[in-house]
Design a protein around this ligand. Sequence first.
Ligand code: IPD
Length: 277
Amino acid sequence: MASSQELVEWERVGIELAMEAGKMMVSASGRNTNIDTKASFADLVTETDKAVEAFLFGEIGKKFPSHKTIGEESASDGSAKCVWTDAPTWIIDPIDGTMNFVHTFPFTCVSIGVTVNKKVVLGIVYSPFLDKLYTARIGCGAFCNGRPIKVRPCATFKEALLIAELGGSREEEWKKAVFKNLQSVAWISHSVRSLGSAALNTCYIAEGFADAYYEFGLHCWDMAGCSIILTEAGGVVMDTKGGPIDIMSRRFIASGTGSIAKQLSDTLPVHLELERD
Ligand code: IPD
């Protein structure tokens, strides 16, 4: 386990790097050059995703040579598989909400989670366009721009504001599953939002703006940083089937309360089994 001084230092460096990454996003915004696709025509990667990841990996390597890194772009292009050990590991999504970034829809962020012994101990999510910096260290609470944040205790599923996403696949089986799940919750809750960034969706629950979010197909870099921000704000993360969260499992429920999370898990009719990270 890391000492509390170490965590404070890692957080300080992580925040500095996230702010720099944010500047890179802002200066590239709207240029939209060199957009590639991954799993489908709706799963995008830009040159800025790659540049931000290379920058973060380079700086982390210089500052903490014994630490490991896992990042969306190097894992997706096959140059570095997700090797997750007990060593301090920085799990990074350089731009979470790349589709939004490409369209200049401001709901996008850089997301950083650090694990030790395969447990998330630090989370930093920075949205430069919304000017929101979410942070959490294990056992120390969650913050937005330095101000403590807390979930909203929503009493009943009927009163819950949910978040769901379409995800990046466009395969038939996927599309059917997404709509079946959406239909199962849409008419028994207050409503459903779809904003396009897993990390920010989860931080919005941590801040008390929404009550629960689920998605299949996420990766560890989508879940790592934001999950500790939510739990430190009093919320819960769990597997869609109701067990403990496994950030390599591609399945994610985030909620302000355990009871809404459980009801969501019990209600979803389709639980996709996907290849692990
Ligand atoms: C995506 C976003 C989106 C979610 C996708 C993710 P990316 O991350 O979090 O909200 O629906 O499943 O892949 O690709 O923009 O980093």
